[in-house]
Design a protein around this ligand. Structure first.
Ligand code: NAD
Length: 492
């Protein structure tokens, strides 16, 4: 009988007051790994109450003391990297090297957050007026909640969790109901680092539990990483309630290849970007724009040829587990169906199915949710397969006459998370980075995901917020700035 997950509330593991259980599945083998409770609104409110009760003590703890548990957590995550990475791969399906890299990014976020005693410092203007000084102080706000997606079970929560706690706020995390095991394991380590009860709480569930967090008058701010449709709903609710909201949504990231691009290096780079994590990264590329007839021909031929060589396997199969470029399954039967329907749609729209991954056979993965690398050529901007975030290993290749046309294709798209250009020409690269309306730009980099010391976030329908996450930016999300104007009179 698969084990039933518990919530972690006020420093204790508690059985959920739940309206049902959902199977957590290994997407490579469809083995049931555990059952996750769908916590009710009442349970969500208990987690919020615990966080609210912990806030006065935690917010008045000096910043240098608040970061001590986060130092310890980073060390514990590093020591237990392999166990966490294997849990992550088991429930999510990405390759083990990808899972280890994800965990490294989570740890990196702890390291950045440990700099909070410096990052959270205020500003002082001596002599704002005659005998009057001005001061800006950054204070913690209260309870923050985070609602996480399935594709980065460890890293996405860590874009927020260590920063929220280091700035003096308390926190409720709702992991994705599809991949709750990684953060359960991480929470076992959080439990050992000496945080006061209630500072961190883990609430399992689906949109009912998430909705209760958004609804609660005691939650001061929400961060959400998920599809743009979910972001839009949550951002609107937060706006109506006057809550802070940082919501990061879907993507369709373009790779633009110029005629002078080093095709020998570029294609391998595109392959990792498009097929890593089976195309289920928010920074994965799924649209290639080749500029000029010759570039288009070369890119189509070489990309399709190299796509055929991508290894598709169960990422925990010991024969392949440490391969850097291995493509596992997509997350669920539902996701696989959606992707297959999108492939049918592309054929109906008249694009050329240059490589068909629909009938791939994976040894030992007969029932797993595998789809092989799939490539459409002759794709026109505006086709559904170009407009939609397919979130699978399906790549569309378009042709543009000039760089201006390529930039127009990227800018006309609803999403604006990331985009990259391949060129050796600094002038063209500069034009691209200034004119493309995407939050994260790569120059000869297929996955322009910045390190944790820098901010992260897109534009247009990929981003529903004013402030980006991580780095120095996130400090403003998690603190209230007060501006003080002061003067003292001397003895007359
Ligand atoms: P999803 O929107 O289905 O779910 C995300 C989370 O929102 C889950 O925890 C879910 O329980 C919760 N949720 C669903 N409906 C809700 C509602 N009405 N109210 C409140 N919460 C709700 O997304 P997913 O399939 O888990 O993740 C994949 C999506 O996330 C893709 O679109 C991907 O591009 C995006 N993503 C974006 C980034 C980024 O940085 N922009 C990073 C990772 C993933």
């Amino acid at each position: 009988m698969a084990d039933v997950l518990q919530n972690y509330i006020n420093g204790n593991w508690v059985s959920a007051d739940s309206s049902g259980l959902l199977d957590v599945e290994n997407p490579s083998t469809v083995e049931i790994l555990a059952r996750v409770p769908l916590s009710t609104a009442a349970e969500a409110n208990r987690a919020v109450e615990a966080a609210a009760a912990a806030f006065p003590g935690w917010s008045s703890t000096p910043a240098s003391r608040r970061v001590q548990p986060i130092f310890k957590l980073a060390a514990l995550l590093r020591e237990n990297e392999e166990e966490i990475a294997r849990t992550l791969t088991g429930e999510m399906g990405k390759s083990l090297p990808d899972a280890r890299a994800e965990l490294k990014r989570a740890i990196e976020n702890c390291e950045v957050a440990c700099g909070m005693p410096v990052l959270q410092q205020g500003d002082k203007l001596i002599g704002a007026a005659a005998g009057i000084d001005g001061e800006v102080i950054r204070l913690p706000i209260g309870v923050f909640a985070m609602i996480a997606p399935f594709n980065f079970p460890a890293m996405a929560p860590f874009w927020f969790l260590p920063y929220a706690m280091a700035t003096g706020n308390t926190f409720v995390l709702k992991p994705s109901e599809q991949v709750p095991l990684t953060m359960r394991l991480v929470t076992r380590y959080i439990d050992q680092v000496g945080l006061p009860p209630g500072v961190f709480n883990l609430l399992n569930g689906d949109k009912v539990a998430a909705g209760a967090l958004v609804d609660s008058p005691k939650v001061d701010g929400i961060s959400l990483v998920g599809s743009s449709a979910t972001c839009r709903v949550v951002a609107e609710q937060c706006a109506r309630k006057g809550k802070r909201c940082l919501a990061m949504g879907g993507a369709k990231n373009h790779l633009v290849a110029m005629p002078d691009a080093r095709i020998d290096k570029v294609i391998a780079n595109m392959i990792t970007s498009c097929y890593g994590c089976a195309g289920q990264r928010c920074m994965a590329s799924s649209a290639i724009v080749a500029v000029g007839d010759d570039t288009y021909k070369k890119v189509c031929e070489t990309f399709v040829e190299q796509s055929k060589g991508v290894l598709v396997a169960n990422p925990l199969d010991p024969d392949y587990a440490d391969r850097d470029m291995l493509m596992g399954p997509v997350i669920s039967a539902k996701a696989k169906n959606f992707i297959l329907n999108m492939i049918d749609e592309g054929i109906r729209e008249g694009a050329t199915l240059a490589l068909d991954g629909r009938n791939i056979v994976v040894p030992g993965g007969k029932d797993g949710h595998f789809i092989g690398p799939t490539v459409f050529t002759d794709v026109r901007a505006g086709m559904k397969i170009h407009q939609t975030e397919i979130f699978g290993p399906v790549v569309v290749i378009l042709k543009a006459a000039t760089l201006d046309d390529a930039i127009r294709i990227v800018n006309d798209h609803q999403y604006g998370n990331g985009a990259s250009i391949y060129t050796q020409d600094g002038y063209l690269a500069r034009k691209f980075k200034l004119q493309v309306n995407c939050g994260m730009i790569g120059i000869n980099i297929g996955i322009p995901a910045p390190v944790a010391h820098l901010p992260f976030g897109g534009m247009k329908a990929s981003f529903f917020a004013d402030i980006k996450t991580r780095g120095k930016a996130i400090v403003r999300f998690y603190t209230e700035e007060k501006i003080i104007t002061e003067r003292y009179w001397g003895e007359d």
